[in-house]
Design a binder for this molecule. Structure first.
Ligand code: 5GP
Ligand code: ZN
Length: 119
C-alpha cells in the first residue's frame, strides 16, 4: 500500500481515464485540464522527479518522452511526419514550479495556442 496517488492509479486502486499504456508507461487525462488536451504521462515505476528518473533510468525517461509523442499523435496534435499543430510538454519540479504530485509526470498540453513565457 502506497500513499502515492499516481502509483495507486497505476495499481487500479483509483480510477484513471487511460489514453495510452505500455509495459512501463501509463498515460491518463488530467482531472483539471488546462487545455483541450491535457494528458499526464508517467513511468509506472515510482520516481519523484524528472532528474531522479534521468539519474536512475535514462532509457525509461526516453520512453516517457516517446509515449508523450504517441499521445500527441493520437490526439491529433502532431502528425507522423511533423509536429503540427504542436503541443507542449511540461514537468514541474519542486514547490515554486507547482509540483503537487511527487511521482514524475509529463503534462502533454495542446489544442489551443499557448503563450510564452508561461507565467
Ligand atoms: P503537478 O502540479 O504536480 O505538476 O501536476 C499534478 C497534476 O495532477 C495536476 O495537473 C492535477 O490536476 C492532476 N491531478 C491531481 N489529482 C488527480 C487525480 O486524482 N486524477 C487525475 N487524473 N489527475 C489528477
Ligand atoms: Zn508513485
Amino acid at each position: 500500500m502506497t500513499d502515492c496517488l499516481f502509483c495507486r492509479m497505476v495499481a487500479g486502486e483509483i480510477p484513471a481515464d487511460v489514453v495510452h499504456e505500455t509495459e512501463r508507461i501509463f498515460a491518463f487525462r488530467d482531472i483539471n485540464p488546462q487545455a483541450p488536451t491535457h494528458v499526464l504521462v508517467i513511468p509506472k515505476e515510482h520516481h519523484p522527479t524528472a532528474a531522479a528518473l534521468a539519474a536512475a533510468d535514462p532509457t525509461l525517461l526516453g520512453e516517457v518522452v516517446a509515449a508523450a509523442h504517441a499521445v500527441a499523435l493520437q490526439e491529433g496534435l502532431a502528425t507522423g511526419d511533423g509536429a503540427e499543430p504542436g503541443y507542449r510538454l511540461v514537468t514541474n519540479t519542486g514547490p515554486q514550479a507547482g509540483q503537487t504530485v511527487h511521482h514524475v509526470h509529463l503534462h502533454v498540453l495542446g489544442g489551443r495556442p499557448m503563450g510564452w513565457p508561461p507565467g
